[in-house]
Each structure stands twice: as C-alpha cells, then as structure tokens.
Design a protein around this ligand. Structure first.
Ligand code: SF4
Ligand code: SF4
Length: 438
C-alpha cells in the first residue's frame, strides 16, 4: 500500500493500543457542570442567562461576540447557580456558567433535516454557526470562520484530518470506526459548504479498521492511507502529504486552495445540520500509565477532568503530570478541577518517572533537530538567538513558522529546551509587532 507523508518528523512510542480497541462509553452527566464562555479561539461568548434561570438541554446560554467567536449551549437541563470565574485548562481563570443538572434531560426544540446534503452552502454554514462548532482537534478555531474564506479564494481540496498522530490519543480513531457514516456525512457537508472540488480523508495506517469502516461510506470521498509519523496531523504537513501544496509562510491553508477539518468537527457538523444538535458533548480519550482503565468516553462538556479520571477507574502509581491533550502538544494542568471543553481531545495522566526533569547539556552541533523539523527550520539557531535575546535574528531564522510540534526537543541528544526558547522568541516577536502597531 502506497503511503503518503511529509518531510522530517519523528517516530515516538505511540501507546495507542491501551485505548484504541475498546468502544466509546457514554458517560452520564454529573450533578453540576462548569461551562466556560471561552472554549474557542477569538472573543469570549457573552452570557444569555443569569443566576436562578432554568435552562433546557441544547439551549443557547452564551452568545458569540463578533465573527471570530462561538455560541455556547447547555449540555443538560437544569438551573444556573452561578456565573463566575473558574479554573480553565488553558491555565487561567475564565468566566463560566455553573449549571445544576436536574436529571430530566429535557431538550429544547431542535430543527432537523431528513436530507441535509440537499441544503444550500449558506444553510449548512448557518447550522454550523448556530451549533457553536469549533475545531475539535485541540485548536478550537470557530468552524464557521474556516468555512468563510475571502470571496476570491478558490478551494480545490477539502481534507478531513484522520491522522491523529499524537501518541496516546485514540478518540478520532474510535469515532471513525464507530460513527463512520456520520463522519462521512459531516465531511460531505463541510466540503459542500466550502465549495471544494475534491474531498480527501487522510488516515495513518495504524488505524486500518478506521480506513475500512470509512471506505464503506466513502462514495466520492478519497480515503488516503498516510505513513505513521509525527506530526502527520499538522495542518501544513497533511496538506503537503496529500496535495503536494505548501501553505505560504505566515499564511493560511485557503491561500493554497485547501481547507482542513478534524474528525470530531465533522461528526459535530453532521449532528448539527441533520439533527439540529448544538455542540454539547464530545468524545475524549482518558489514558496514560497512571490511569486504571484507559478508554474513550462520550461526555457532556463541563464535566471535570477529575470526574473523567474517576470514570476511567481512577489513578494508579505516583502521578507526575496531568495533561490536556497529547504528550507532544498538550498542556500540563495545575489542577484536575477544570472542565472538559469543546477542544479537549484527551486527558493524559503520566507517572512521576515519565515526567522526570531533564538537564540540558551543551549543543554538540549534531543537526538532528534540523533534520526532523517538518517546518524546514534550524531550531538550534532560533534557540541560540532567543537565549541571547536577539528577537530579530530569531525571526529571520523563521521562528514564526514553527508549528510547536516539539520534534526538535524530542530528538535532541543534549536534551536542550529548544521548543521552550522558540515559543519565547515567538511571544517576543508578536509583542514587538503589537507594540509597533499600537
Ligand atoms: S522548530 Fe518548531 S516546527 Fe521545527 S521541530 Fe521544533 S517545534 Fe517543530
Ligand atoms: S539536536 Fe540538540 S545537540 Fe544536536 S544540533 Fe540540535 S540543539 Fe544541538
């Protein structure tokens, strides 16, 4: 089988088998949910309810503020008991609606369409916007924004990202196996909304059952096997592997005629357009060496990380770190008292041994960091510029093109903090630009 791929990348241990073969479990909603008004890139939503209000499941409780924002909905029926700042998986306090679940599951009226593919492009986009759908692979970019490129942009390809290249995570894999018909429908709907000429689903070959399931529902969608390599699911790497095109430096995929969406996003789009369901639940992986029974769970947004870990049997051993997302690009958490949000792809609980601090040694100029960088950068040069505070030099070396995949830090035999310094350089370059433009 011919497998497509990109230049660079690494082959970390994947640890996927611990959760990839068990079916998705539906978890009952907890007694209280914490629904942040910021679960996406862009402006926070504005509350549409106040303390003491009763709400129905599926009711809009947060209104998008501006174009780059997303509506927020209640996953259960119940009573708003507070609107206050609560800890968030992004590491800050975020205004959140605290909802007591009445256990009745009384849903608001939903507008369904028996034959959704017959809807117009605008109708599909409106349904996606109304449902508050955002990129569910971890980026949280509002989907309606991605479906609205400039009028003169011609979209040749719509790509569904089925690579799920992060170690440990298997939620997308299980969705493609168990909900293949709906994932294919969502793919068609999103491709129609953007007016794409070709539709491709790229899947790494460590998910052969997903490839087989989706082929049964593919129709005119190309299901393309991809080599197993990290970061195969990086947007730019996926586009290069599947179309041979390159996203321009500092540019967006539509500029080379491509739009990419995630598996969970396609599933949410199918539910929104066909069934009128807003995005109130998602599938996440709970896994890691310190989790008793790793698996995938369909859960209401607003369930806490702690409740999710308990649903997976609790912890074992000595916990070193809890991460939102995967080990390569995820975010370490300071508390498990944070809610699952639309962009939470997984909860990873690592042991103390796995998280032992490393002590960087001198660079031995082996160039391995450059050999694996999928963005064709020289990470050691950017790191050096950042250590010396030479931000212009870091920019000249292409720091802003770094996709923060962590391959350079992973491969470095001297265990240097390459990605940390590259992120620092990116922040400094961005701040300097903002200061100049204000
Ligand atoms: S420099 Fe950035 S893009 Fe290149 S390997 Fe390091 S983290 Fe990845
Ligand atoms: S991989 Fe590490 S040791 Fe090798 S050149 Fe890059 S920074 Fe230096």
């Amino acid at each position: 089988m011919k497998k497509k791929t990109f230049w660079g990348g690494i082959h970390p241990e994947y640890h996927k088998q611990v959760s990839s073969e068990t079916s998705i479990q539906l978890l009952p909603a907890p007694e209280q949910l914490v629904i942040p008004l910021q679960q996406h890139v862009g402006s926070s939503a504005k509350p549409m309810v106040k303390k003491g209000d009763t709400v129905l499941a599926g009711q809009r409780i947060g209104e998008a503020q501006g174009f780059v924002s997303a509506h927020v909905h209640a996953p259960v029926s119940g009573t708003v008991v507070a609107i206050e700042a609560r800890p968030h998986s992004h590491g800050k306090m975020v205004q959140s609606i605290i909802l007591d679940n009445d256990g009745e599951e009384t849903w608001t009226d939903l507008e369904s369409h028996a034959d959704p593919i017959q809807l117009s492009r605008d109708q599909i986009k409106q349904a996606v916007t109304a449902a508050g759908i955002v990129g569910m692979g971890g980026a949280g970019f509002p989907t309606h924004v991605k479906l609205s490129p400039p009028a003169d942009a011609e979209i040749d390809y719509f790509i569904l990202n089925g690579s799920e290249c992060e170690p440990f995570l298997t939620a997308d894999h299980r969705m493609m196996v168990e909900f293949a018909a709906d994932v294919a429908l969502g793919t068609r709907l999103l491709a129609k909304a953007i007016g794409a000429k070709r539709v491709i689903i790229g899947i790494e070959t460590n998910k052969m059952d997903a490839i087989q399931s989706l082929r049964k529902h593919a129709g005119n969608i190309d299901i393309v096997p991809l080599a197993v390599k990290y970061p195969q699911g990086g947007e730019k790497q996926l586009i290069k592997a599947l179309t041979g095109r390159e996203v321009p430096s500092n540019g967006l995929p539509y500029e080379c005629g491509v739009v990419v969406q995630n598996v969970g996003t396609a599933l949410a789009a199918a539910h929104a357009v066909r069934d009128g369901l807003p995005l109130t639940h998602r599938v996440i992986t709970v896994t890691g060496e310190c989790v008793q029974r790793p698996g995938n769970f369909l859960v209401p947004i607003g369930t806490s990380f702690q409740q999710m870990i308990e649903a997976a049997g609790g912890t074992k051993g000595t916990v070193g770190k809890v991460i939102s997302g995967g080990p390569m690009m995820g975010t370490a958490q300071i508390t498990t008292d944070v809610p699952v949000i639309k962009e939470t792809s997984g909860i990873l609980v690592l042991s103390q041994e796995q998280c032992a601090p490393t002590h960087p040694l001198a660079c031995i100029k082996c160039s391995r960091c450059g050999d694996v960088c999928p963005a064709y950068l020289l990470p050691m040069r950017i790191e050096r510029a950042a250590i010396l505070g030479r931000w212009d030099e870091a920019e000249d070396y292409g720091a802003m093109d770094c996709i923060e995949c962590g391959c350079c830090s992973y491969i470095c035999p001297s265990k240097r903090y390459l990605l940390h310094y590259i992120r620092l350089a990116k922040n400094q370059i961005m701040s300097a630009k903002q200061t100049r433009s204000s």
